[in-house]
Design a protein. Structure first.
Length: 275
C-alpha cells in the first residue's frame, strides 16, 4: 500500500510540474482562437463551422505528449483533471472526444508496437480513456441531438471481449454523423442477438482484435444475420487486427471492412444511399 504522505507528494509533483505548463499552452491556444474574425460581407450569411479536419489540431504534439504522460502517471486523477482543464479553458467537447482521445489512443498503440510500453501500462491507459469517454458521453450526446437522423447501428466488440475503447470511439463518430447508436447491455453473443431481434437496425459493427476472434467471425456473422429483425442488415468489420493485417480478412463475408471511424461512416452511408 502506498504511504499516504508519499502519495500526496506525488500528486503535488504531477500537478505542480506538468499541469501548469499544460494550462499555459491551452490558454495561449484559446486566446489566439478567440481573436475577432472579419465579418461576412453579406452580413446575414454565416459561414458554416469548419470540420475537424479543416480546423487542424487544437493542441500541438508537445501538449498532447504531456497529456499522454498524465494518462500514464501513477496518480489516477491526473489525466481526468487535465481533461477538465481543457474543457474549462474552452476546448470543445467535440475536439476532445473525436480528435484528442483517438490521437492519444493511437499513440498508446504505437508505443505498444514499439515495445516502449508494457501490456499492463497500455491496459491501464486504455481503461482510463474508456472511463473518461463514459464520463463525457452524456455531454457529448446532448450536443449532437439536433443532428440525429433515422439510421441506426449496433456497435460492439467481439462477443466476450474485454476492452471497448475502439468501439466507444467509433460510436461517437457515428453519433456525430447523425446516427442512432446502440451498444448491447453486455458483450455476450446472447445480448447482441437479443438487441438485433428486438430492434430494426440498419447495420452492425464488430471490432476484431485477435486471431481467435477472426476464426470465429464467419459463424458469428451468420448467427447475427439470422437473428436480425432486418434481413438486409449491413455488417461492418474493423478493429486492431484488421488494421494490422487486412489480408487475413479476405474470406470474411462482410458488407464493409474499414480501417478508421471516418472511413466506416463514409462507406456505410454510401452503401445505404445506393439501396
Amino acid at each position: 500500500m502506498v504511504n499516504p504522505s508519499f502519495k500526496k507528494e506525488l500528486i503535488m509533483e504531477v500537478f505542480s510540474t506538468q499541469l501548469p505548463r499544460l494550462v499555459e499552452e491551452i490558454e495561449r491556444k484559446v486566446e489566439g482562437a478567440n481573436k475577432p474574425k472579419a465579418s461576412n460581407e453579406d452580413g446575414w450569411i454565416e459561414a458554416p463551422a469548419p470540420t475537424l479536419s479543416q480546423q487542424g489540431e487544437v493542441l500541438g504534439d508537445e501538449e498532447i505528449d504531456r497529456i499522454t504522460q498524465l494518462l500514464l502517471s501513477t496518480e489516477d486523477g491526473a489525466f481526468e483533471l487535465a481533461i477538465t482543464v481543457l474543457k474549462t479553458h474552452g476546448v470543445s467537447i467535440n475536439y476532445i472526444v473525436l480528435d484528442l482521445i483517438p490521437t492519444i489512443a493511437r499513440r498508446l498503440g504505437k508505443q505498444w508496437e514499439d515495445d516502449t510500453l508494457s501490456f499492463a501500462e497500455v491496459s491501464i491507459g486504455t481503461n482510463k480513456l474508456e472511463r473518461v469517454i463514459h464520463k463525457l458521453d452524456y455531454l457529448f450526446q446532448v450536443t449532437q441531438l439536433e443532428k440525429r437522423g433515422d439510421h441506426s447501428i449496433l456497435i460492439s466488440v467481439f462477443p466476450e471481449s474485454q476492452h471497448s475503447l475502439g468501439t466507444l470511439i467509433l460510436s461517437n463518430y457515428f453519433i456525430h454523423s447523425g446516427w442512432r447508436v446502440y451498444r448491447p447491455e453486455n458483450n455476450s453473443l446472447r445480448s447482441i442477438s437479443r438487441e438485433l431481434e428486438s430492434n430494426n437496425h440498419d447495420a452492425i459493427a464488430i471490432s476484431i482484435s485477435c486471431n481467435e476472434q477472426l476464426e470465429q467471425l464467419p459463424n458469428t456473422i451468420s448467427v447475427l444475420r439470422e437473428k436480425s429483425k432486418n434481413p438486409k442488415i449491413k455488417v461492418l468489420i474493423g478493429g486492431p487486427l484488421y488494421n494490422k493485417a487486412p489480408e487475413k480478412f479476405t474470406h470474411i463475408q462482410a458488407d464493409i471492412k474499414a480501417f478508421t471511424p471516418e472511413e466506416s461512416v463514409e462507406r456505410l452511408e454510401l452503401v445505404l444511399s445506393q439501396i
